[in-house]
Design a protein around this ligand. Sequence first.
Ligand SMILES: *Cc1c(COP(=O)(O)O)cnc(C)c1O
Length: 406
Amino acid sequence: MALALKLNAAGDSALGENIRLFPARPAASARPRQRILLSPPQLAGGELASLDHTLAAGWIAPAGPVPEAFEAAVQAVTGTSQGLAVSSGTAALHLGFRVLGVERGDEVWTSSLTFVATIAPAVQMGARPRFLDATAESWTLDPDILESRLRRAATKGRLPRAVVPVDLYGQSCDLDTITALCGRWGVPVLCDSAEALGAEYRGRPVGKGAALAAFSFNGNKIITAGGGGALVSDDAALIARARHLSTQAKEAAPHYQHETTGYSYGLSSVLAAVGLAQIGVLRERVAARRAVFARYALRLSDLPGLSFMPEPAWGRSSRWLSVMLLDAARFGASRDQVRQALEEAGVESRPVWKPLHLQPAFRGAPFHGAGISSQLFDRGLCLPSGAMTAEEQDRVIDTIRACCRG
Ligand SMILES: *Cc1c(COP(=O)(O)O)cnc(C)c1O
């Protein structure tokens, strides 16, 4: 049966009597106070025009000039010469592991303090993860621990297939130090920059400097395509290989010919059109997130036992998320008490990433370090960092101030 989908002006669907695409919105006066979210998606304004342009020209598939234009835009903001747009950041990482030759039994090393997607594709490929601690000065991969482990692994002839540092919460890792160390032992670096588009490292955009870097355009990131990701590099061969694998590894032949198997990871033209509109406001978004952070720091830093994620001299963070640290004894309330108070005030907040070496999914995987990442997990809280009115941010700030008994 063919279904005709008609929308009336209110956005209701004529698909069926009781099906509505959008639930009816109560009048503003009847609406409860808006919950303040950690990092909600924010429209740039140009999305409808970009979509209109794309669809009117007949482009809808995950191919053609619109994903290509989005790739060019991602290359431009990251200063890289090669880019591949894909359906998610996780897909970008998966392709990165494939083109670096990760195979069953290989080791892949990463910072323990990150989101699960950093390492999940490698583990699903049969690789064995090894987790390294973060530094207190950057919350990112500790190069000293990396160096001592590489040295030891080299003597045993068991170097990792790839090292995956992470640009955490918009803060670049110390990439040059990490790539220099890895380069000494011939180990490629795939940087997980999913949280740090628009940030800088030593005066250049994040995304440049490693063999590969992965980005995400998921709904919670600094800009979004409504889902999507990208892999960037200055190595044309790596990106060509990733592109081949991202579209089912079809060989050049009139019939379907495959030397290996790939994935269906292309980015739809529809999403790329949204991404194009969004990437145009990246600079403004970074400025806005940094302003949110600056306001938290200004209004909260006087409280005892409260501090913020540091910004090392090597970089300019996008402050994708503003993250604070609480010393419960000095502040007079625990991180979880503050989180609960915020919840009651209609404010979403979240503990810092639970280190991967503490996740049951990776039970038994080796971890090296003094446990900085676990301390950050115990004491860190991510605060709403997206579009907020000053009044809304005041609600967050006043709630935190009211918790202080120090
Ligand atoms: C968001 C994120 C990803 C995954 O991106 P998706 O687009 O959601 O697949 C990977 N790594 C980190 C650190 C992230 O924050």
